[in-house]
Design a protein around this ligand. Sequence first.
Ligand code: HEC
Length: 131
Amino acid sequence: MKKTATTIILGLSTLLLMSGCTESAKKSEEIKSYKYSTEQVYTEMCVKCHGLQGEGVAELAKNGKPKGPAINDQEVYELKLSLTDIKNGGLNQSSGTDHEVMEHNFKAILKKGMDYDTDAMAEYIFNNFHK
Ligand code: HEC
């Protein structure tokens, strides 16, 4: 009898633990503990270079190099890789592209307390602006 009860209790707590996991694996947006929402950060920090809809700001181009490239043409995984690279100081490991400008920008963004979740940001850009 005692054994059955223990088994049931063990089984129940395993179930509880498991549901706890799926709970925390919810949308990345919900587990963040950042000061500002992804939308606020995008509006405050990214619009001036990437545009309201991620369409880019052509006028910023200098010497043929876009200073405000469009980011609405990227797949969500590309955005995730780029943003992770940028946040990690551009080790350039996952995306294989160079993000010198953005790394510089990111330091300024941090100084303003506008840190953000890279996955949530990638999803925000993709879900709202992708065309
Ligand atoms: C001062 C202008 C400026 C601001 C502000 C800025 N960016 Fe950028 N961003 C650039 C430039 C220039 C590039 C291309 C060169 C590079 O990646 O360093 C770029 C590249 C990117 C890329 C990679 C695009 C690719 O093709 O790989 C992403 C993603 C991105 N920015 C997102 C953001 C987000 C999110 C913010 C706000 C938190 C932001 N940027 C703020 C200028 C800016």
